[in-house]
Design a protein around this ligand. Structure first.
Ligand code: LLP
Length: 412
């Protein structure tokens, strides 16, 4: 079942070739509202991290559910603005922003440009001077907190490239004092992604609140504290916390530390979209090679990179009903010419179904997809109210061929 309807029926109605992503917009919006409810009456902003899933229907559904956006590039900023998100509900993060990105953010008067290094204070100031405007900024602090997650997605520890080290904060304050064109509206942090406990998150939040308190002692109240994203989901190995548990934890901590009046900002990506998307793939064949039984599907690492990049496991299940009860363990692999194009071993009906689905693929699926091996980008099906559908098809293989052939050659 998907969004209250058998997925097979839904796919039949959409008439879409595989591989394709299918998303339940109503469930995404409901999760965003449940998260916001965890803040109760504390002032807050749920700034959806667009990098998790940047499809227009997704961003618009979350905006309609009250979300702002966290964006990581000028293109994501344009996308959020074009999706109707209010500029003052958008934060721009990034460890290396271009002048063009900074200029666009200043021009649009977004909620905050998150300064990621001491040197960025002077850079953003120079752009504000050039634009003749005041820029709203936050400092992204690296709170030196170890999050219990995959090394590639832990971002708030001492060896990560992100944020301003605690030791460097005095220098950042000094730079800010020389920058009247920058309006410091708060502090921020982001400790990592796929956190399955609130511990590290709340430890970082406590450090941020302490820093806010110190800063406010001399400089008056700050408007917001941005605690970042990272709320984990259940990929099949369990996740005892829900997004609303993070909101509740932050609210209680903020109240205990006398931070209740500051606007509490969170930047969830995965948790709002991941569980509400699946990747549907066609089965192309099977083979036995030495001791292994392989199941070849038409989705590859170019469509869903997470298993190859992080060893992530997206449960693979049969989509079409099996004819008998026999089952066998298959290594499920895609068509890309890489050994890492491997989704892992799963028990599936034997003989195998015509199609399979890969679960929890709503976040960092399509957004990390590529044209590797000249492959088309997967289609996307969006399920709206009452089972209504829309279909997105971008990046066909023919477009890819054209774009590569059309690259001009110098004289040979
Ligand atoms: N805020 C900032 C500044 C971020 O860098 C990120 C994610 C988020 C918020 C949202 O984090 P989330 O709530 O989605 O965990 N591609 C990886 C995840 C990389 C996350 C990058 N930054 C994956 O597929 O697991």
């Amino acid at each position: 079942m998907f969004a209250g309807e058998p997925l097979v029926d839904l796919l039949g109605r959409a008439g879409c070739p595989t591989p394709c992503y299918v998303y339940d917009l109503g469930a995404m919006a409901a999760e965003a509202r449940a998260l916001a409810a965890g803040f109760e009456d504390a002032p807050h902003l749920v700034a959806y991290a667009v990098k998790a899933n940047s499809a227009g229907p997704v961003v618009r559904a979350l905006a309609a559910a009250g979300c702002g956006c966290e964006v990581g590039s000028a293109a994501e900023l344009e996308l959020a603005l074009a999706s109707g998100v209010a500029p003052r509900a958008i934060l721009l993060s990034g460890v290396a922003k271009s002048d063009a990105e900074i200029d666009r953010a200043i021009g649009a008067d977004i909620l905050a440009i998150q300064l990621d290094s001491v040197s960025e204070v002077a850079r953003v100031r120079a752009r504000a001077v050039a634009a003749g405007r005041r820029a709203r900024v936050t400092l992204r602090v690296n709170p030196d907190v170890e999050a219990d997650t995959h090394a590639h997605i832990a971002t708030g520890h001492g060896e990560a490239k992100f944020g301003i080290a605690l030791d460097d904060l005095p220098e950042a304050w000094a730079e800010l004092a020389r920058a009247p064109e920058l309006a410091l509206c708060g502090l921020g942090g982001h400790v990592g992604s796929q956190l399955v406990s609130t511990d590290a998150y709340l430890r970082a939040a406590e450090r941020l609140f302490e820093l806010v308190r110190e800063r406010e002692r001399e400089h008056g109240p700050l408007e917001l504290v941005d605690l970042g994203g990272g709320f984990g989901i259940d990929y099949g190995q369990g996740c005892p916390v829900r997004p609303a548990d993070f909101a509740r934890g932050i609210r209680l901590l903020a109240a205990r530390m006398g931070m209740g009046r500051r606007r509490l900002v969170v930047e969830p990506g995965r948790a709002l979209v991941g569980p509400f998307g699946v990747l549907v793939a066609g089965v192309l064949g099977t083979k036995r090679s030495y001791a292994q039984r392989w199941l070849m599907i038409d989705a590859g690492m170019n469509d869903l990179l997470r298993p190859a990049l992080y060893g992530a496991r997206h449960r693979v299940e049969a989509l079409d009903t099996a004819t008998g009860n026999a089952r066998a363990t298959y290594r499920v692999v895609g068509p890309v010419c890489e050994s890492a194009d491997d989704f892992g071993a799963f028990e599936l009906p034997d003989p195998p179904p015509e199609r399979v689905l890969l679960r929890d693929a709503g976040a960092y699926g399509y957004t990390m997809a590529s044209h590797y091996n000249g492959r088309a980008l997967p289609a996307e099906i969006f399920v709206g109210r009452g089972g209504t559908l829309s279909v997105g098809r971008t990046g066909s293989a023919a477009d890819w061929v054209r774009s590569r052939v059309d690259v001009p050659s110098p004289p040979l």
